[in-house]
Each structure stands twice: as structure tokens, then as C-alpha cells.
Ligand binder design. Sequence first.
Ligand code: MG
Length: 158
Amino acid sequence: MLRIGFGTDTHQLEAGREFWLGGILIPHEKGCLGHSDADALIHAVIDALLGAAGLRDIGFRFPDTAEEFKGIDSKILLARTMELIREKGYAISNIDATIALERPKIGSYIPAMAQTLADVMGIESDRLSIKAKTGEKLGFIGREEGISAFAVVLLQKS
Ligand code: MG
């Protein structure tokens, strides 16, 4: 049996914060604001995984009001999500994700992000595609006020 899931996430960018994206720290003068490390790509992937498995969403599983999750490395949340997915007998067929941000250029970081997240999820890195787009200077993405990430995942019952 195959199950598809979709996830999206948005975070504000703020000067002077660490910029965590795709499980790695990216050098930049701004970083994302959030209760956890605010890794928008991981959060979109988690929501896609939970959605595909019928396990609700990231806010339900890992509430942003819980002290337990304050400042947490999102890779820990992704690993916990994988436990939930596997408990239900699902395995990842593939994930396709897009990050929308104006700056910095992140193309050179994508292989490291894919390898990092594949290792956390326990899958081959070629099952995870990460793409990047700018906002063409339009809207909150284009004004560098925030970033968004989108992910589609296909699960198969193992
Ligand atoms: Mg988030």
C-alpha cells in the first residue's frame, strides 16, 4: 500500500540568530525564529511524514508550548517521527522538498543537508530530493523577512 503526504512550514528570519536548515548550520547574518531550532525544511518533512501515515501534525506531536521542545534540535523530532512511522509499518519510498528563500544561495549545502537528513531517517540519500527557489524579490520571501519549505513524501507499507 502507498500513502502520500504533504507538509509545509514558514519561519521569520531575524538578525543574529543561528540559521539551521536541513539539519545543518548555514553561515548567514539572519536565522529563523521559533520555539525549536526553527528548521523549516525538517518541519515540512515531519508534517509530510505524519500526514502520509495519518498521524496528525507536528504541532500535535511536538507542541511548541512544551518546555521539553524549547530550542530542541529538529533532527531529534525527525528521528522520533520516524519511530512513529515505522511503528505503523511504513517505510519511505521517496521525499521531494523545496525551500523558498531569497538569500543566501544554498545550492552548495544541499548535498550535506540530504546526507544529514537521510542519516537521521535511516534511508539512502537518493530517496530525498531537496530543491531551492528564490521569491523573485516578491512577498515576505523576496524581502528576506522569512523562509518557507514544502515537502511531499510517499510511504509504502513494508
Ligand atoms: Mg516550524
